[in-house]
Design a protein around this ligand. Structure first.
Ligand code: UGA
Length: 458
């Protein structure tokens, strides 16, 4: 779909539209689940002027949020949340039941973890639907916001067994770290339902954003979300494999991405090579889409290759660290710069940095990590090794043989490399995000190993 001109940017500091003018016409919104998606969506919907009640199972969290405390690290969220609370159109309550009473729109923002076999585990969604179904007002619209498999809207409709309640899919496209901006200035709003009027009513909640609206069947909407995430993951796996090839043939992946990105059919986004992609969405959604296809007997080999290529990117990063250490990591002190799955988040879930840490730990490396959002030692968890946390990047680097930059935090780009060379004389920096200036590293007396490009020599 053609991208329309950007709508008015609604910044967190702007005063929400008055309750009287907006919300009554639309009907009250309940948001069930105040994880990253629910809290951002609920707060932003309130920022658009709607009356929003967020319900969560955790009473202590509800109490903290009611005081304006944001439990996640998300730029601009706290300010917008406090504005909504102060304006009186954003409230937090304990339990789904308390949130849904009198609501016209009920957004389900519930966890849908990997069930272990690649399929999303929908038990929480179904439990909540069973709990709130009988309490919904006639004419209510149940909206699935979290990523759910194709057919979920239909399953919920069947489980509800209520002709007077509609079910609509409205997937989120929020990136951690820029979620408020993504919500307020979306590339598109996707809404899918077999009930066109209900879909249009949900789409109308976003009118102020003046974004392109894509109204589809529920199945298409559900699949748009998976297809978008899996496509982006595939793009990243592709450029990471190109990085591996570039190193062998003496090319430069940064130049290649630059040259490719001018082609509007390709686009210049999501072409930065790195230590693989991770986070709570791409790995889970790519596997889930592969399973959806498999379950329906549809061949989709690209998805398995996308995941495999990602594992290989992580392997290659560990290989580079081993090579930098002279071929053997046993007992070698390695500093990890960055632990989160990307910059500007405190999220460690499925972090490529931890995947690389695991590979290095298995070979006997002595790890020490620094991340701006990690203040305590990471315990061994979910198959990942324990990583002692340093107070800053220099502290982590002290005495290290190899420093590997894994997350593209801006503060690493500003680092004083002379000071690094003082605390880690003769160290090799393996730059897994091509973030540092190779000349500056060399001038400081450090060996610098980039990713997917030639190593600069003096
Ligand atoms: C992703 C999608 O981008 C969102 O549109 C989607 O709504 C969200 O998942 C979701 O399903 O909830 P997010 O998980 O926050 O958002 O992460 P991204 O910003 O997409 O980054 C994913 C991974 O790709 C990170 O590990 C990041 O470092 C890596 N990446 C991204 C690169 O290695 N290079 C790039 O050029 C871009």
């Amino acid at each position: 779909m053609q991208r329309q001109s950007d709508g008015p940017a609604i910044q967190p500091h702007q005063t929400p539209v008055s309750r009287e003018t907006e919300q009554m016409a639309d009907g009250r919104i309940a948001v069930i689940g105040t994880g990253y998606v629910g809290l951002t969506s609920g707060t932003c919907l309130a920022g658009l002027g709607h009356e929003v009640v967020c319900g969560d199972v955790d009473p202590a969290k509800v109490e903290r949020m009611s005081r304006g405390e944001v439990p996640i690290f998300e730029d601009g969220l706290q300010e917008l949340m406090r504005q909504g609370i102060a304006a009186g159109n954003l409230t937090f309550v304990h339990g789904a039941r308390n949130a849904v009473r009198g609501a016209k729109f009920i957004f389900l923002c519930l966890p849908t973890p990997d069930g272990g076999d690649g399929r999303a585990d929908l038990r929480i969604v179904h439990q909540v639907v069973a709990e709130i179904g009988p309490l919904l007002d006639p004419g209510a619209v149940l909206v699935t916001k979290s990523t759910v498999p194709v057919g979920t809207a239909e399953d919920i409709t069947a489980a509800l067994a209520r002709d007077d309640v509609s079910v609509v899919s409205n997937p989120e496209f929020l990136q951690e770290g820029t979620a408020v901006r993504n919500f307020m200035k979306p590339d598109r709003v996707v809404v899918g339902s077999d009930d066109r009027a209900a879909a249009e009513a949900v789409a109308a909640l976003y009118d102020k954003l003046n974004a392109p609206k894509v109204i589809t069947s529920a199945e298409s909407s559900e699949l748009i979300k998976y297809a978008s995430n899996a496509f982006l993951a595939t793009k990243l796996s592709f450029i990471n494999s190109i990085a591996g090839l570039a190193e062998v043939v003496g090319a430069d992946v940064v130049e290649i991405a630059h040259g490719m990105g001018f082609d509007e059919r390709i686009g210049d986004k999501f072409l930065k090579a790195g230590p693989g992609w991770g986070g709570s969405c791409f790995p889970k959604d790519t596997k889930a889409l592969a399973t959806i296809a498999l379950d329906r007997g549809v061949s989709f080999p690209l998805l398995a290759a996308t995941t495999l290529s990602n594992e290989e990117a992580q392997d290659r990063m560990a290989d580079k660290v081993r090579d930098a250490a002279g071929g053997d990591l046993a007992g070698v002190k390695v500093a990890l710069w960055g632990l989160t799955f990307k910059a500007n988040t405190d999220d460690l879930r499925d972090s490529p940095a931890l995947e690389v840490a695991l590979r290095l730990d298995t070979e006997g490396a002595r790890l020490r990590g620094y991340d701006p959002t990690v203040s305590q030692d990471l315990p061994a968890k979910n198959g990942y090794p324990a990583v002692p946390a340093a107070g800053d990047a220099y502290d982590a680097a002290a005495g290290a043989t190899v420093i590997v930059l894994l997350t593209e935090w801006a503060e690493f780009a500003e680092i004083d490399l002379t000071k690094v060379a003082e605390v880690a004389p003769g160290a090799v920096i393996v730059d897994g995000r091509n973030l540092l200036d190779p000349q500056a590293a060399m001038a400081a007396g450090l060996r610098y190993v980039p990713l997917g490009r030639r190593e600069a020599r003096c």
